[in-house]
Write a protein that binds this ligand. Structure first.
Ligand code: SF4
Length: 98
């Protein structure tokens, strides 16, 4: 049995591995639900267009200068610009590369 990988597949696999490694996690959940947040806090997330999965593999939260890495075994980190859990592979319009 042989496996074939095209260039795009290898890039995606590489980016995913880098994200997991950077997050210091063996398994990262697909989402980081905001939980109990005020409407103002949710509004900031919505205004900046935060999503748990970046549409651009080159711009995940874990590579953003605003990202606060997860601690204490948590999978989701934080962000200096908004409250609530932030997925290491998330994204918003305020992305600023490290
Ligand atoms: S500013 Fe946006 S892209 Fe950067 S860590 Fe915060 S949510 Fe992620």
């Amino acid at each position: 049995m042989t496996a074939r990988f095209d260039r795009r597949g290898l890039l995606i696999a590489s980016a995913s591995l880098a994200t997991l490694t950077a997050a210091g996690c063996k398994k990262v959940p697909a989402t980081c639900p905001p939980g109990n947040m005020s409407s103002d806090e949710l509004s900031v997330r919505a205004t900046l267009g935060y999503v748990d999965q970046t549409p651009d593999p080159g711009k995940p939260c874990v590579r953003c200068t605003q990202y606060i890495p997860a601690t204490g075994g948590d999978h989701c980190g934080g962000c200096k610009l908004m409250k609530g859990p932030i997925h290491p592979n998330g994204y918003c319009r305020a992305f600023a590369p490290v």
